[in-house]
Ligand binder design. Structure first.
Ligand SMILES: [Zn+2]
Length: 308
């Protein structure tokens, strides 16, 4: 999708909102026909105003004001909000044009362009959410310090909900680690969904795909890494399963984590690897960043594989 596609999207939004405004007007006029007459009068007065001024005749502003007050009173009398008939804008900042008054791009435009570049990486399955999370899938028999897997998962869930609800006031990195089949990816998708529902752009990449992009970029192929650096929440799933190419992809990984942290963006990393293997695989620089409690919050999943 190009800029013109994004602009076409604005035009669709404008049309949709205009349609809704027209529908509201019809609805109100059917219920309160007096308002239709009143608005026609108001319209005529507004059109006449500049002419009166030109001719030096008495101003009709008082009449306009009185009709507006009457209109508001009639609306309120019929149980409508005073702004019910105002034009509707999905973005009040740019009035759905994508441009601000100083002709710079509105934030909503930047968000749309970014989401477009991220494409499918930002889509999530509707069935995956904290609301639909089923703790009953986990056993109740004590595993560790009298705590069952269900107890441990309930605690993890609480931490992850807090993370998503407080976003972006949360740690730069959230590391979800533990054995296979403990539901880490699912939890990461729940975080993603909650953050998206809060109007923030998020994307999820498997480590395999992400490292392939790094590799292609390294080879000079036409790969745009900007969206990966810019997206406010990035989920990287299954770190440790991707084929390690050259050391250089490790450098990309470190730079990406670093740049995102510095810019206040957050990264959730999901891995089956034990901590010591993260150290061996990605090296000391990345490992110490992941372990540094000033940047990173770690959650260790324990228990039995729930897929069987
Ligand atoms: Zn806007």
């Amino acid at each position: 999708m190009s800029i013109s596609d994004v602009l076409a999207e604005y035009s669709r939004i404008q049309q949709k909102n205009e349609k809704e405004t027209a529908r509201r007007r019809n609805e109100v006029y059917t219920r309160v026909p007096q308002l239709k007459t009143l608005h026609d009068q108001l319209e005529a007065l507004l059109i006449a105003r500049p002419k009166l001024k030109l001719r030096g005749e008495p101003d009709n502003s008082d009449q306009i004001k009185a009709l507006r007050q009457l209109s508001e009173a009639l609306l309120a009398g019929a149980g409508y909000d005073a702004h019910y008939l105002d034009p509707i804008y999905s973005c009040m900042l740019c009035r759905d044009t994508g441009l601000l008054e100083d002709t710079t791009r509105c934030e909503c435009f930047k968000k749309r362009m970014l989401e477009d570049k991220l494409d499918t990486a930002r889509l999530t399955d509707d069935a995956v959410s904290f609301e639909k999370y089923d703790l009953n899938r986990f056993g109740t028999e004590p595993l560790e310090n009298g705590k069952s897997q269900r107890d441990m998962m309930a605690r993890i869930l609480k931490i992850c909900i807090t993370y998503a609800d407080n976003f972006p006031a949360c740690s730069s990195i959230l590391l979800l680690s533990g054995g296979i089949g403990l539901g880490k990816t699912y939890v990461s998708k729940c975080i993603m969904r909650r953050v998206i529902e809060r109007g923030i752009t998020a994307a999820s990449f498997t480590a395999y795909r992400l490292f392939s992009l790094f590799h292609q970029h390294r080879l000079g192929e036409d790969v745009d890494l900007e969206p990966i650096l810019e997206v406010p929440l990035l989920i990287i799933d299954d770190i440790g399963t991707e084929p390690m190419t050259k050391n250089v992809t490790k450098e990309y990984f470190f730079d990406m984590i670093n740049e995102r942290s510095t810019a206040g963006r957050k990264t959730v990393i999901v891995t089956n690897l034990p901590f010591h293997e993260l150290d061996e695989r990605y090296g000391e620089r990345i490992f110490s960043r992941l372990m540094d409690t000033r940047f990173s919050q770690k959650i260790l999943f324990k228990g039995r594989d729930i897929r069987y």
